[in-house]
Design a protein around this ligand. Sequence first.
Ligand SMILES: [Zn+2]
Length: 230
Amino acid sequence: AITIDEGIEGYREEAVKIASENCRILGVEHYTISFKDLYGYTLDEIVKKIRDSGSNLTPCSYCGVLRRKALNILARKIGATKIAVAHNLDDEIQTFILNIMHGDPIRITRAGPVFEEEREGLIPRVKPLCEILEKEVTLYAYLKGIKFQENPCPYAGEALRNDVRNMLNRLEEKHPGTKYTIFRSAEKIREKMRESKPEINLRTCKICGEVTVGEICRACKLLQNLSIQK
Ligand SMILES: [Zn+2]
């Protein structure tokens, strides 16, 4: 198992500790990698730089991109052939709605439960929990006595995702089943879009050598914006 330590003081230490403890109970080898090691800065330090620079990007937009890259790097290093992430149905439909709200529907095709194409250097991601509601995952953990972190990330409240999450919870409460139908709609749209999607040419990032669609990967671009390229 892999855990990324983003470097969020007063929050992430607990999660890393719990993950490590769960791995020990299960007899699974546990690897961690930190933003500090990989990029030279913790997320807290990056957030400070974002604020100083006056950028309107949220901590989450940095964290998401940097974490994805970190996962791929460490997974490749330990010889993993797949990355199973714990995104649940709530996460999936939030992402779907967010892509629409951001005017970025093309990303819907890339956000599916399975990353089908196997490309060199890019470890395919699978999402075994993607059809299970977040509250059912939580309930299962409680019933089975699986320890997990209950506090949300201190930066999460700033993100648009949080508002989408609350909106979907309200809808689901008033109109049960809404979350499932959104999920199914997303699947249908994704399928149609994949059929007509032009082949994307993947290249390697000029700066770090990771697989990317452009000349420079998003992680490097974001770090460049803050002039902290490592
Ligand atoms: Zn790069």
